[in-house]
Design a binder for this molecule. Structure first.
Ligand SMILES: *[C@@H]1O[C@H](CO)[C@@H](O)[C@H](O)[C@H]1NC(C)=O
Ligand SMILES: *[C@@H]1O[C@H](CO)[C@@H](O)[C@H](O)[C@H]1NC(C)=O
Ligand SMILES: *[C@@H]1O[C@H](CO)[C@@H](O)[C@H](O)[C@H]1NC(C)=O
Ligand SMILES: *[C@@H]1O[C@H](CO)[C@@H](O)[C@H](O)[C@H]1NC(C)=O
Length: 415
């Protein structure tokens, strides 16, 4: 009896966590959408052996033709869901931001070709119109680049690698880990590198590139499980949710507030992030939705804000969680049963908003700050005095030459 209760309890929490829903959005109340997708099919992000480079003419970690096609289809699917509501391309309606990788930038462009076909061909035969895609440098992209330098998050991650959970995985897959260490000639078979093993064999499988004799589908399915279990070490702690997922969640929820306050303008409707598996995983985890399968190619998370008749704003989270599939699921956000208001979500989740990310990451400790101020002061003094010196010299020279305008510090910026 107890067992039965436990079983039904666990299955009911699973079921209440997500349910299948229709493809068409409920546009009667829809006010604003955030869409976060993973790039399409790519070549391995890191090779197991340098010789493997021959297998991948596109280069490493690059979008393939198939990947671009997946994104184009995702764009067409987004048109089915939002098309009538979104209308034709308008500069003040949408904003597309990509991480600074060829594969995510190209994915964004392919997706937009599917979402916004032109009303008439741009020029005969070209059924495409340009849509702006924005990006920012990787090093400062704390919303979309989960590897952005953050010492505190790295420390937390190193604790994860030493955790009981990690040890459990090491034990469970001891045979496979030893096997790969031997076959790949790795001295230390760290759990950290198992994703690269999965990634390489997965990419080869997708592209019909034959595996070595010792690899087969039975072993690959074990590697897939290993990969998914190891992925669950990421983003699952309070610190990692705050430092890795919190940055993007904060931006998204704040943008909803901006929409309500009129700061985005009347016509703003759709903001898309073209990013990575880790972006989706970190965001989900910060919502409190813990994935079992790591996000796949060209899958897409949709965070919608709806305005009810009494002006209350509610948030709904949808996931197109398989590549090229029509099925869409809706999550119920833990701790915020539907109708989940923006207000409640902000109350619950603002604890994951890093108020000063750089400082919390340990990037600017007070000591370093003082140090920087001193260096900056010294530099300014040096530059000022040497400029004065040069200026004096120049003035003297000018007296003799009588030339009109010779710029002092002429920097050639013609490139
Ligand atoms: C993009 O592609 C170029 C050309 O292949 C390559 O040099 C560069 O490293 C790639 N950049 C990124 C960020 O993927
Ligand atoms: C798959 O490969 C492993 C390792 O090479 C081997 O031990 C196993 O017998 C193979 N299984 C099948 C079904 O071929
Ligand atoms: C997608 O969601 C369905 C329904 O919850 C689930 O059965 C399936 O395993 C999920 N797939 C992935 C890749 O997460
Ligand atoms: C607004 O309407 C929703 C749905 O009918 C309801 O659940 C909610 O309590 C209402 N809120 C207010 C402030 O009236």
């Amino acid at each position: 009896m107890l067992l039965l209760l436990l079983l039904s309890a666990s299955s009911s929490t699973m079921a209440s966590n997500s349910k299948e829903t229709g493809i068409r959005a409920d546009t009667s109340t829809l006010e604003y959408v955030h869409s976060i997708w993973r790039h399409g099919d790519r070549t391995p992000a890191e090779l197991l052996s340098l010789e493997d480079i021959r297998k991948w003419p596109e280069g490493i970690g690059e979008l393939t033709e198939e990947g671009a096609a997946q994104q184009y289809r995702l764009g067409k699917w987004l048109r089915r869901r939002y098309g009538e509501w979104l209308g034709d391309f308008r500069r003040d309606t949408i904003y597309i931001r990509s991480s600074d990788y060829n594969r995510t930038l190209m994915s964004a462009m392919a997706n937009m070709a599917g979402l916004f076909p032109p009303k008439r061909p741009l020029t005969p035969g070209i059924n495409w119109q340009p849509i702006p895609v924005h990006t920012r440098p990787k090093a400062t992209d704390k919303e979309l680049y989960e590897d952005a330098k953050c010492p505190m998050a790295e420390l937390e991650m190193s604790k994860q690698w030493k955790s009981k959970k990690a040890d459990g995985i090491r034990k469970k897959y001891a045979r496979e880990l030893a096997f790969f260490a031997e076959k790949l000639n790795l001295k230390n078979m760290e759990l950290k590198v198992t994703w690269a093993i999965y990634d390489n064999f997965f990419c080869e499988q997708q592209h019909n590139i034959p595996w070595p004799k010792w690899m087969n589908s039975t072993l690959f399915s074990r590697v897939t499980d290993l990969y998914n279990e190891v992925s669950q070490l990421d983003f699952h702690t309070e610190t990692l949710r705050r430092l890795r997922g919190g940055t993007l969640l904060e931006e998204i929820l704040n943008r909803f507030k901006d929409k309500i306050n009129g700061n985005l303008g009347e016509n703003a409707k759709f903001y898309a992030y073209s990013a990575h598996d880790s972006t989706i995983a970190a965001l989900l985890a910060t919502f409190g939705i813990f994935y079992e399968i790591y996000p796949k190619y060209a899958t897409c998370l949709l965070v919608e804000m709806h305005k009810l008749q009494n002006e209350t704003r509610i948030i709904r989270v949808f996931h197109k969680n398989e590549t090229d599939i029509d099925r869409l699921i809706e999550y119920s956000i833990p701790g915020c049963s539907p109708p989940c208001t923006l207000q409640k979500l902000l109350e619950d989740l603002s604890r994951y908003f890093p108020s000063d990310w750089e400082t919390e990451c340990g990037l600017t400790s007070n000591f370093e700050f003082v140090y920087l101020v001193i260096i900056f002061g010294l530099l300014t003094a040096t530059i000022c005095s040497s400029t004065m010196f040069l200026l004096e010299k120049y003035k003297k020279k000018q007296k003799f030459s009588g030339e009109d305008t010779v710029p002092m510090l002429n920097v050639d910026d013609s490139d």
